[in-house]
Design a protein around this ligand. Sequence first.
Ligand SMILES: [Zn+2]
Length: 210
Amino acid sequence: MKKLLNGILDFRKTKRAEYADLFSSLSEIQTPDTLLIACSDSRVVPNLFASTDPGDMFVLRNVGNIVPEYGTFRGSVGAAVEFAVNQLKVQDVIICGHSNCGAVAAIMNDVKFEGDLAAWLGIGAEMKLIEPPKGEWSKLDLASQANTLLQIRRLANYPAVKDAIKNRGLRLHAWWFNISKAEVLRYDETQSKFIVLDEEEIPRVMAMLE
Ligand SMILES: [Zn+2]
């Protein structure tokens, strides 16, 4: 906590003036074009790895970046999806899993928890039935990648998402953050595997977005 407080002091001293105009323009309205659903894991820092500014992304984070099957678990996930898609009219939704995910490990290893954590991870158990993508990764990381793909499939069944895909071309993307290398990967359907978003790949993805 002390680090956070010192960080606020540092922000006030070195960055606040630089961001003054941006925050002023955002004070009444937000118009992010992307919804990002990521794990709560402290090592996954989308604003850092994607160099985003305030106002760029609407973000939902939870344990294991899990999206419940539509209608089975009413709450925060559905609310965030509906708000981002129907109200903010985001153009892209990204689900971002990551390496060495504790939630994925707990599900894969049948770790017994109690209470809400047990109920929540139970929603993710279907991950064990999913064929993992290709790639030279540990069993756990392949399961985490499969988990990300499962959540994309579930998200595509949300009525708000289905309608927006059909009516205005909403796009869904599976991303995965490799912590040890601080690299972001995207799932490529034609290769059935996650590939690094690097200097070669990003222009290709940009072209697909045109
Ligand atoms: Zn995680």
